[in-house]
Design a binder for this molecule. Structure first.
Ligand code: KIV
Length: 272
């Protein structure tokens, strides 16, 4: 066990900060339901993100935009009931914080109160600073999210790598510094050049968690369904698949269908 996590029964935002300072990488994955969250927590994951990627992965939408605050609270409370050790971060969904800081605060409070989550995540920099400040002043820890921010997909037009050009890279660096100054406890950087991640990670003191952002972030996050190979049509270069569960589950279900049709299931021992 590392120095930063010694005797830690419950991961908090302070544990993550200590891990960055000790040079220990932070592991983070998504979870949207009780059963999966229980496995990931028992495996020792540091952070679970109830991501608005539930909109794609759970509900089959093309983007993260349709998922509602009520749906995020439902997913978050399922995850919270499962975990004993990890920190749970919940995405505030599109349309629940961009309007004004009062709406943003109401949304964050609903998530914390109704799901029991430990913190929230919001996409964007300077343009949402008032909302971040208001949520932080209510005592709710906020994780930032810069680079490819899927809630703005229709502004970007594509899911390609962000901040390759100097002007966008400079804006990302100044947004990262601003988020740290406002009091965010950590920052996700999505799909940006690895050298830019290195620069940001070295220049700010809060933990930086990367996805498609190279090896120099303080930690890594992936969508669990991608890592396990449950989704199979999403194949970005940054993704490492650890299992091919789509094929495994399909094979098991095909076997079950055969067993039912052939009267092999249930057998003598599988009945009362
Ligand atoms: O919603 C999500 O899953 C995310 C991660 C990709 C960081 O925001």
């Amino acid at each position: 066990m590392s120095t930063a996590k010694k005797n830690v029964k419950r991961i908090t935002t302070h544990t993550l900060q200590a891990m960055k300072e000790a040079g220990e990488k932070i592991s983070m994955l998504t979870a949207y339901d009780f059963s999966t969250a229980k496995i990931l927590d028992e495996a020792g994951i540091d952070v679970l993100l109830v991501g608005d990627s539930a909109s794609n992965v759970m509900a089959g939408h093309e983007t993260t935009l349709p998922i509602t605050l009520d749906q995020m609270i439902y997913h978050a409370s399922s995850v919270i009931r499962a975990v004993k050790r990890c920190l749970v971060v919940v995405d505030i969904p599109f349309g629940s914080y961009q309007g004004n800081s009062k709406i943003a605060l109401d949304s964050a409070i609903r998530i914390m109160k109704e799901s029991g989550a430990h913190s929230v995540k919001m996409e964007g920099g300077a343009e949402i600073s008032e909302s971040i400040t208001r949520i932080l002043s209510a005592g709710v820890p906020v994780m930032g999210h810069l680079g490819l921010t899927p809630q703005s997909i229709y502004k970007f037009g594509t899911y390609t790598v962000r901040a390759k050009e100097e002007a966008e890279a400079q804006k990302l660096i100044s947004d990262a510094m601003l988020l740290e100054k406002l009091g965010c406890f950590a920052l996700v950087l999505e799909k940006i050049p690895a050298r830019l991640t290195k620069k940001v990670t070295e220049h700010i003191n809060i933990p930086v968690i990367g996805i498609g952002a190279g090896p120099d972030a303080d930690g890594q996050v992936l969508v669990t369904h991608d890592l396990l190979g449950i989704t199979k049509d999403f194949n970005p270069r940054f993704l490492r698949r650890y299992l091919d569960l789509f094929s495994e589950i399909k094979g098991a279900v095909e076997q079950y269908i055969d067993d039912v049709k052939s009267n092999d299931f249930p057998n003598d021992k599988e009945q009362y």
